[in-house]
Design a protein around this ligand. Structure first.
Ligand SMILES: [Zn+2]
Length: 319
């Protein structure tokens, strides 16, 4: 029986249960947080994470995959505290969340050396702890797959080939980064059935998403609640159409929720909600407003739910 590394330790794959594949317990700039720690209220951050995860648990969630990497303030000890206090398993990653910038440290080291850093997180532990990462994370956004973004993708790919760890790649459908990201993984010899292209649900272009699915990767319909990228009704229409076309075994549904995020001043959340940029964004939205709608449209039954929330995450994590 294969196991998966959670922050609590190894878990048997069959025990993962209902999984939210893309949620952040906390998202912040680690450089700012280290330089001006007094600007952050760690107790409030912990409380927000406990509330969000607790609400997900009440909907039946047993495991949360948290793709917070370098530059998102990854902190496996924080994750472990939340996991311990809620009883929900949390799965951590290694990798670099950058749309282009790289520190001189990585700028002046080659792809294989970057990969070594990731492999150490997967095999030995993260941040001096014995908590191991279980998957790899990289990103491409509006700037496209720049030279530096490609370097990170190749490092992630090589770490995946060496360890068998799966990959989650943040993508931006508006500039069609997905196909190029997949192409790099393919060139590096990655098993594409262990690749997840995140944020595909930001587009209504079903043909674009199908093009990725045809390569054998998983696609993330994982930003429910972030209406600024695409409103929930349009996301549901895309999801329903993909289900009608028989792609349930390649879909992952989540919210990309951040229990706290430092990108904006605290009052911004209410402003964004007022502007309709976010709507009911939470760790439970997909259970409250997505699954019921898909069931009503007869594109999701109990088996489909199991495929998307239990089996797909398990297969992506363990192969
Ligand atoms: Zn995310």
């Amino acid at each position: 029986m294969p196991t998966v590394q959670a922050v609590q330790g190894p878990v048997e794959a069959a025990e993962l249960g209902v999984v939210l594949i893309h949620e952040h317990l906390r998202f912040r700039d680690e450089a700012v947080a280290v330089q001006w720690p007094g600007r952050y209220d760690e107790d409030a951050e912990l409380e927000a994470a406990l509330v969000a995860v607790g609400e997900a648990k009440a909907r039946g969630v047993q495991t949360i995959v948290d793709p917070t990497a370098m530059f998102g303030g990854r902190d496996v000890r924080f994750m472990a505290r939340v996991a311990e206090q809620t009883g929900v398993r949390v799965i951590a990653c290694t990798g670099i969340y950058s749309y282009d910038y790289l520190p001189h440290y990585f700028e002046n080291r080659d792809v294989d050396v970057i990969a070594e850093h990731f492999v150490a997180d997967l095999r030995e532990g993260v941040q001096g702890s014995d908590i191991k990462a279980a998957f790899l994370k990289c990103a491409a956004d509006a700037a496209g797959v720049t030279e530096r973004v490609e370097k990170v993708h190749r490092a992630v790919a090589r770490a995946s080939v060496q360890t068998g760890a799966p990959i989650m790649a943040h993508s931006m459908p508006a500039v069609a980064t997905g196909p190029r990201q997949v192409e790099i993984f393919e060139q590096e010899g990655v098993d594409l059935s262990r690749v997840q292209i995140a944020h595909c649900g930001d587009t209504e272009d079903v043909g674009y998403i199908e093009g990725l699915i045809d390569k054998g990767v998983y696609v993330g319909l994982d930003r429910y609640g972030l209406d600024r990228f695409l409103p929930i009704e349009k996301r549901n229409a895309t999801t329903a159409e993909l289900l009608r076309r028989g792609h349930a075994e390649r879909l992952l549904i989540s919210q990309d929720y951040c229990a706290t995020i430092d990108w904006f001043p605290p009052e911004a959340a209410q402003v964004f909600e007022g502007q309709g940029a976010i709507r009911n964004w939470s760790m439970t939205l997909v259970f409250d407003e997505v699954v019921p709608v898909l069931r009503e449209q007869s594109v999701m039954d109990d088996d489909t739910f199991r495929t998307i929330f239990v089996e797909n995450p398990r297969r992506w994590l363990t192969g």
